[in-house]
Design a protein around this ligand. Structure first.
Ligand code: DGL
Length: 276
């Protein structure tokens, strides 16, 4: 990825961090950011009107991701976290072209691929949306650092709709998980990357399928740590203790989003409809 000349001297630590995803998935990353960086003000955009991104064309995903990025920039964000693998895999270059000179951009694939390639030396499986698997970005990014790792990717498109429907601990979700994870592509894996930010919401069910046979990578925590490192490097970590603010914008208000965001961030959060 080509890096442009960056100048972040105009930014200040108390500006918010912008986070976006197609829906509730990015909340798994936002929750980890809140845990690791409790002083940071967060603005989250959930593009619920257009989900699932995983079945959309690259052009459509680029359009959504760049519009949201512009919106977060208008909201005065000091950094953007693309908390969506599908948007990362299909629109990272366009998002970087738009804002990388002005603010840091953190994605959810490169930091995970880098960490896995240095720490894991086994067969790695990736489950993700169709648009992420088709991009081949996980395989490319992991093999860029370590060409000896075998990476098997499998598209698991029914998981996002099940999660957005709130089908946790539901027989339908159990049978989807069972069917996907039994696929012979994943037969020999020893490590699994959840290549969609929605999937950690089914972490228990996925771990139950494997028992202790497979290590499941904690991607939200890797991404939150990467964000912390980058903010620190640019002297942009917020040290103000007066209480962080959390704002949520949704392109369509859904009950499930409300439920999960309140569960992670408390009842007093501000949810607003915003169609871009
Ligand atoms: N949570 C997203 C991802 O990480 C998008 C899922 C979707 O909308 O299909 O890929």
């Amino acid at each position: 990825m080509k890096t442009k000349k960056q100048d972040f001297s105009h930014l200040s630590p108390n500006q918010p961090i912008g986070i976006f995803d197609s829906g509730v998935g990015g909340l798994t990353v936002a929750k980890e950011i809140k845990r690791l960086l409790p002083q940071e003000n967060l603005i989250y955009f959930g593009d619920t009107k257009h989900l699932p991104y995983g079945d959309k064309s690259k052009e459509a995903i680029i359009g959504y991701a760049t519009r949201i990025t512009e919106f977060l920039l208008e909201k005065n964000c000091k950094a953007i976290v693309i908390a969506c693998n599908t948007a990362t895999a299909n629109a990272l270059k366009e998002v970087l072209d738009l804002v990388a000179e002005k603010i840091p951009v953190i994605d959810v694939i490169n930091p995970v691929a880098e960490k896995v390639s240095y720490e894991i030396h086994t067969n790695v499986g990736v489950i993700a949306t169709k648009a992420t698997v088709n991009s081949g970005l996980y395989k490319k990014s992991i093999r860029k650092h370590n060409k000896f790792i075998k990476v098997d990717e499998l598209a698991t498109p029914l998981l996002v709709p099940a999660i957005e429907e709130g089908f946790k601990n539901h027989p339908v979700t159990h049978s989807i998980i069972y069917n996907y994870l039994s696929n012979k592509k994943l037969k020999n894996i020893e490590t699994l990357i959840l290549g969609c930010t929605h999937y950690p919401l089914l972490l228990e069910e996925i771990k139950q399928f494997y028992g202790n046979r497979v290590r499941v990578i904690d991607s939200p925590s890797i991404v939150a740590n990467q964000l912390k490192m980058i903010l620190d490097k640019h002297h942009l970590l917020n040290t103000d203790n007066s209480g962080a603010t959390y704002q949520f914008f949704l392109s369509d208000l859904t009950k499930n989003f409300e439920k999960i965001s309140r569960k992670f961030f408390g009842n007093s959060i501000d949810l607003q409809l915003k169609v871009l």
